[in-house]
Structures are given as structure tokens and as C-alpha cells.
Design a protein around this ligand. Structure first.
Ligand code: OGA
Ligand code: NI
Length: 362
């Protein structure tokens, strides 16, 4: 869910008969059409040390293993904001079915997809391309087709292709349970009362959406971008991809290429977790680059608190830290403000919520 670039009232979706997919698939496309031109340095270092979190240990009965995993999770959220989740128990066959179903959707006739073309940022089902605005006020289109669905507390999904509905329902339910366990574990590490966490975030009504991203092969990868730098909304984002690398993350002011082993899940801290933990967990900037050789599909699930939850720094952390570092805001409203921003590389919406007070910022 590309926060800075999500649909805004002012963005103009592509005409569907000239979608990116069609344009990119056409053998006549040897260079990137000018409307995709986004020049920005996207060189990145190879990331060798992304932390790994063992989910089985996190929920298992061995207290020593468990406490090690909880501690490792909290450290990863603090130092990287990103980690690789292993032993998560999500069946490989379900992940494969997800990629198959998503691909089936993207290759549907354009006339079929047109009914889901984004009309407003809050449509529960929407697909298309994005136009965003760079720092010099130039508008450009992302090298990506997307399909985004709100799946909890209310489930929305196109009826075609048939496979999609069944697998998205099953997959997002499983991911929601994983995300909830991760949230509980990270809050435990911060010594937050679980009842307080559950009541404040109202996790039974957690707002969850899935964004599937289709990045076609790109004849000039340096001239276009899949998703420019952004942070995600929600508590934890869980991402899988079809084995083609393309994600880059910012760490200590440098950009790193991130790859994750087949069948693992890439997890990142999102804005509401940074806010709730008063900055202990970091929602870090990331972006998706494209390549010449292989098309890439990523499936991204954003797991939030309830849309009605007012998320601010947890009371005990505010006390411990000597002050709140962020403003509190209803998640639904945060999401709306965040998703209607189309400007890239500017100040992020999260940064706007920070309270810069000499007393609390060390
Ligand atoms: C996103 C996102 C990265 C990727 O959808 O928010 O960051 O690798 N995607 O597709
Ligand atoms: Ni993202």
C-alpha cells in the first residue's frame, strides 16, 4: 500500500485501453514513454543482515526460545523496522494460489477490470495506475498496475476470477492472525498491558487491506519507478513476492536492496506502530524498483487497528519517555489524509505528526 502515492481526488487514472500492462507487453515498447519518467537516484547497497524472526518460537511453548524471539522481534522493529518472518506456518500452496489468482486478475480483459477502476481513495475495491507529483511539481505515472481490496472488518473482492475471492479470504485471515500475534509480542516486549493494547487498538475490528502490485518488465528501469519512497499505514505490513527482487529500504540514511527467501514473509513496521510505541518501533521508508528481465508481483497486506481507534503513543510509554512524540489521531482519518497525498519525497505524513519538543526528543 503505497501511502504517499495512493489515489487522491486529483489524480487521473489511465485510460484502460492504454494501461501499463498493455503498453509494456506490446513489443513496440523499447523505451519508457515520457509520462513514466521519474529520475531519481535508486542505487542501493546489498543488504546482508536483515533480521529474521522465528514465528514458531514466538508462539511456542519453550519459554527460553520464546523470550529470545520476542526480544529479537523488538530489536528488529527498533533498529530496522523490517524483518524476515520464518516458520510462519502459511502453506506454500496458498501463497502460490495467491500469485496465480492475482495474475489471473491482472490479465483479465481491460473491459472486465474497468468496473473496478479507482474513482475515489476510499473505494473498497480499486485497480489501475497512479499518477504522482515529484518535488519539482512534475506529474508522472508509476510503472505498476495495482489491485487494492479492503478485506476486514468487511470483506470486498471482485467476483472474477473465481479463485481470487476464495484465496484472498483465506490468506488475509491467516495473515491477520499472524500480525496480531506479532503486535502482541512487540507490545509485551515494551511491557504494555495486553488488555490496554487490545482495548485501545480494538483488534477484533482491525482494519485490513490487501494491495497486489504488478510490475511489468521495464525496457529502461532507471527511467521509471514501481513505487517511490513512502512509509505504510497500519501496524504491520506483511509482504510476499514472486521471487523477483525489487524492494529497497532505507536504513541509517542509506538505501538497501532487500530480498527474502522463497516462502518467507517480509514484515515491516507501519506508521501506527511507530506512533503507538512512541517512536520505539520505526516505520521506515521503502520503495519498489523495476527491472528489464522479469515481471514482478508483490502481495502486500496492511494490518491496522480498528478504523475507529484513536492511535497516539501508549500512556505508559509517554510517562516513561517524559512526553508524547506524536499527535493522536483516529486511524480512519490518518489513513484518509495519508492516502490522498500524491507528492513524493516531501515530508511524510508521519513526520507531520511528530511533536518536536526539546524536552522529549533527545
Ligand atoms: C507497498 C510496497 C513494495 C513492493 O505496496 O506499499 O511498499 O516490493 N510495496 O512491492
Ligand atoms: Ni509500502
Amino acid at each position: 500500500m503505497a501511502s504517499v502515492v495512493e489515489a487522491s481526488d486529483s489524480f487521473t487514472p489511465f485510460e484502460f485501453d492504454t494501461t501499463l500492462k498493455v503498453a509494456a507487453d506490446s513489443s513496440s515498447v523499447k523505451s519508457v514513454p515520457s509520462k513514466f519518467n521519474f529520475s531519481n537516484d535508486r542505487s542501493a547497497l546489498t543488504c546482508v543482515s536483515l533480521p529474521t524472526v522465528d514465528f514458531a518460537a514466538l508462539v511456542g511453548g519453550d519459554p527460553h526460545q520464546r523470550s529470545k524471539a520476542v526480544h529479537g522481534l523488538a530489536t528488529a522493529c527498533r533498529e530496522w523496522g523490517f524483518f524476515i518472518l520464518v516458520n510462519h506456518g502459511v502453506a506454500e500452496s496458498l501463497m502460490e494460489a495467491m500469485f496465480r489468482a492475482v495474475k489471473e486478475f491482472f490479465i483479465l480483459p481491460e473491459s472486465e477490470k474497468k468496473q473496478y477502476e479507482a474513482k475515489s481513495a476510499s473505494d473498497p475495491i480499486k485497480c489501475g495506475n497512479f499518477n504522482v507529483v515529484d518535488t519539482s511539481n512534475r506529474s508522472f505515472t508509476l510503472w505498476r498496475d495495482y489491485l487494492k481490496l479492503y478485506v476486514h472488518p468487511n470483506f470486498h473482492c471482485p467476483h472474477q476470477p473465481q479463485l481470487l475471492r476464495d484465496v484472498v479470504l483465506e490468506y488475509t485471515q491467516i495473515i491477520r492472525k499472524l500480525a496480531r500475534k506479532l503486535i502482541e509480542a512487540v507490545c509485551e516486549a515494551l511491557e504494555l498491558n495486553q488488555r490496554y493494547v487490545d482495548e485501545t487498538l480494538n483488534m477484533d475490528s482491525s482494519f485490513q487491506f490487501i494491495a497486489t502490485n504488478y510490475y511489468p518488465r521495464c525496457p529502461q528501469p532507471d527511467e521509471a519507478i514501481g513505487i517511490p519512497p513512502h512509509t505504510d499505514v497500519g501496524l504491520f505490513t506483511l509482504l510476499i513476492h514472486n521471487g523477483v527482487a525489487g524492494l529497497q529500504i532505507e536504513h541509517d540514511g542509506k538505501w538497501f536492496n532487500v530480498d527474502s527467501p522463497q516462502n518467507s514473509i517480509l514484515v515491516n513496521v507501519a506508521d501506527q506502530l511507530e506512533i503507538f510505541t512512541n517512536g520505539s518501533c520505526k516505520s521506515v521508508k521503502h520503495r519498489a524498483v523495476v527491472n528489464e528481465e522479469r515481471e514482478r508481483i508483490s502481495i502486500v497486506v496492511a494490518n491496522g487497528p480498528s478504523g475507529e481507534a484513536v492511535v497516539g503513543p501508549a500512556a505508559t510509554l509517554v510517562e516513561k519517555d517524559g512526553g508524547a512524540k506524536y499527535n493522536a489521531m483516529k486511524y480512519k482519518e490518518y489513513m484518509e489524509s495519508h492516502l490522498t497525498r500524491t507528492r513524493v519525497d516531501g515530508k511524510s505524513f508521519l513526520e507531520q505528526q511528530m511533536i518536536f519538543d526539546a524536552k522529549v526528543i533527545k
